[in-house]
Design a protein around this ligand. Structure first.
Ligand code: DC
Length: 232
């Protein structure tokens, strides 16, 4: 069967990665979480003191150091998803903290950061057979993707999901802080100049506020089957 490219975009914490990862596992595709890449650059910037007191980024310094940032993924058999490595160090847990979440939108809005990440993402997908989730996959990274999904859910539902996820990982955080962060990121991600978050014209929209993970999974599998039938 011909392999296709699957782009899953949408707001933060709306369950994109759960859906994307499950589908990839079922159909034997590679899964790439592009948010983890922007989070890794953010962690690098935080560790190297590249944020000013006012929260802005020391862009000149960061640009000079971009070549020192190597991001890679290694599949973890136990969790069933790829672990993120920054310069060879496992950073999967460090990139998911609220501290990184509250700095990442500033990093993701920088044009030279996006250019470098998009180039790496396009290299990863050159042979198709991958499910990639993010904000600009269907619009910028793979505008020719055979299947594009745009996922939404209310900000409260998304904050609750992130709250549950952090609690489960043993990283409890205040619900209202998470909600504030989710809403701030929605705003910054949709209003930035380069590749703002928006639905591609040919993307299928899914509001999963009231859906179970199983229902989403089945819905996505149907869309995948239909997209494959179209290209055979
Ligand atoms: O999906 P996530 O919450 O882990 O993403 C982290 C941040 O990275 C998010 O605030 C927006 C940004 N991002 C982006 O700008 N483009 C992508 N393709 C993926 C994520």
């Amino acid at each position: 069967m011909k392999k296709i490219t699957i782009a899953i975009d949408g707001f933060s914490s709306c369950g994109k990665s759960t859906m994307a990862k499950d589908l990839a596992r079922k159909i034997g595709y590679v899964y790439v979480d592009t948010g983890a890449m922007y989070r890794s650059v953010t962690l690098f910037a935080m560790r190297n003191n590249l944020f000013n007191e006012d929260g802005s980024v020391k862009t000149t310094e960061l640009e000079k150091m971009m070549n020192n940032i190597q991001i890679s993924f290694v599949f973890n058999n136990e969790t069933g998803r790829p672990d993120t490595f920054l310069n060879g160090e496992l950073v999967e847990k460090d990139i998911r903290t609220l501290d990184v979440s509250s700095h990442v939108s500033k990093i993701a809005a920088i044009p030279f950061v996006r250019k470098a990440m998009v180039a790496q993402q396009q290299r990863m997908g050159k042979d198709k057979g991958l499910v990639m989730d993010g904000r600009d996959i269907g619009t910028t990274v793979f505008p020719e993707a055979e299947l594009k999904i745009f996922v939404t859910a209310s900000s409260k539902v998304r904050a609750q999901r992130r709250f549950d996820e952090l609690k489960e990982k043993g990283m409890p955080t205040d619900f209202n802080d998470i909600l504030k962060n989710v809403e701030e990121r929605d705003y910054i991600d949709s209003h930035r100049e380069v590749s703002p978050l928006r639905k591609a014209e040919d993307a299928i929209e899914l509001d999963n506020s009231n859906m179970t993970i199983l229902e989403q999974s089945e819905w996505l599998m149907q869309k995948y089957t239909a997209a494959c039938e179209k290209v055979q």
